[in-house]
Design a protein around this ligand. Structure first.
Ligand code: ADP
Ligand code: MG
Length: 399
């Protein structure tokens, strides 16, 4: 089939040709926005799931949905190694500038920009990575105490008031939220809590790996009650089939039923894998309809492509010690595994593995579903580890 017309879209954050199985979450967001717009309480949302399940593309879609209904939306990605104030401040500024263009909100939005100036001035002392253009002089006493929790609260309150004056809503979208360090997370949650108490039209939609839920609870014990946690996972059989079939149909191409089932089978319904299989199957097939044997031929290439991209980028960031730990986990299977079993397999004491475990957690490679358990954050990573480190040599290496 003509590769130029290939509709499938494997990639990090690459919008899929068909956003399958996410209508319920989008509907929930719609409900949340419409309630807030009418001054009714509604919880902020957290999209939680493993790598490659489609959190980023869903977050972006929800942002477009929100904007289409007149919401002022800002979006950031919490990067590893940068502070939340540094990434948030420039976007809050843009949001406030937008709000200040509405006549009846102008004054309040400008006060928000003064709060931002005060906030940035003080936070610079702690977070020297903040860089943001300032449009107004700070107002003494407004978000400038130098304490992140208090100042961020005051700042977001001002943003909320400005949105209220403009008769709109402001939605803050944050991807990779699990990378935000605990004290900054606590400040963010506390600020949102205050805005909710004041019934302000401000909402957060976050996305992150499964460990996010626990991390938010550790930062603030009431976080569980403040947010709606939506588990984003593999697609069920019917949605996974749609993700493959609909894009083909849009191009006037048929795909046989048993070909679709085989793709769903290989990918276990994981969105990233579906796109990769769809893409390679399309390129392999000579003509419509696409058959089961096309899928079989394409599978080798799909696996190779995954190994080279999706899995490889994660593997390359690991130290030898970390690789060995994950390889041992893979030897035990898909998981989750008891941390004690992993230690036993390594011939070590659990306690001596604390450092390697915590660095793997902070790199977002593993997480702990329940106390004493360890699981991969990347689906099918165990199979990849067995492919990339075959045999028994890894077990001998002394790390
Ligand atoms: N609902 C969906 N249906 C079909 N494909 C999807 C869906 N969600 C995501 N994808 C595809 O999965 C891949 C990974 O999406 P991404 O949003 O980067 O995942 P995450 O942020 O969870 O790691 C992309 O290629 C995207 O096109
Ligand atoms: Mg993502």
């Amino acid at each position: 089939m003509d590769p130029i017309l290939n509709p499938y879209a494997p990639g990090a954050g690459t919008p899929p040709p068909e956003m399958a199985g996410r209508d319920a979450v989008r509907q929930k967001m719609h409900l949340c926005i419409e309630r807030l717009r009418r001054g009714r309480p509604a919880k902020s949302m957290m999209l939680i799931g493993l790598r490659g399940v489609g959190k980023t593309v869903l977050l972006d879609q929800m942002m477009r949905d929100a904007e289409a209904s007149g919401v002022v939306a800002i979006r950031i990605e919490a990067p590893e190694g940068r502070s939340l104030p540094a990434t948030l401040a420039p976007q809050l500024r843009l949001g406030l500038l937008k709000l200040s263009r509405t006549e009846q909100a102008k004054e309040v939005a400008i006060r928000g920009l003064r709060a931002l100036a005060g906030f940035v001035g003080k936070m610079k002392l702690t977070y020297d990575d903040i860089e943001v253009g300032l449009d107004y002089e700070p107002e003494p006493g407004l978000a400038d105490n130098g304490d992140l929790e208090g100042d961020l609260t005051m700042l977001l309150e001002q943003v909320g008031y400005a949105a209220k004056e403009a008769s709109t809503l402001i939605a803050i979208f944050i991807d990779e939220l699990q990378y935000v360090p605990e004290s900054q997370m606590a400040a963010l949650i506390s600020a949102l809590h205050r805005c909710a108490q004041l019934n302000l039209p401000l909402v957060l939609v976050g996305a992150g790996l499964p460990q996010l839920r626990g991390r938010m609870g550790e930062a603030k014990s009431y976080a569980e009650r403040l947010f709606d946690f939506a588990e984003i996972g593999a697609l069920d059989e019917s949605d996974a089939s749609s993700a493959i079939v609909k894009p083909a149909h849009s191009e006037g191409v048929e795909i046989e039923e048993d070909a679709v089932s085989l793709i769903v089978n290989y990918t276990k319904g994981y969105p990233y894998f579906l796109q990769e299989w769809g893409k390679h199957t399309w390129d392999v097939a000579r003509a419509s309809p696409i058959t089961r044997s096309d899928v079989e031929t394409a599978s080798t290439e799909a696996v190779a492509a995954l190994d080279e991209s999706f899995f490889r980028v994660r593997f390359d960031r690991l130290t030898p010690k970390e690789k060995k730990y994950l390889r041992v986990m893979a030897e035990l299977g898909g998981g989750p595994h008891r941390s004690g079993d992993i230690a036993a397999k390594l011939g070590r004491e659990s306690s001596s593995l604390g450092p390697v475990r915590s660095s793997l957690i902070s790199k977002g490679m593993i997480w702990s579903p329940t106390h004493g358990d360890t699981a991969f954050t990347v689906p099918l990573f165990d199979e990849f580890m067995r492919r990339i480190m075959p045999g028994e040599e890894w077990a001998q290496s002394d790390t």
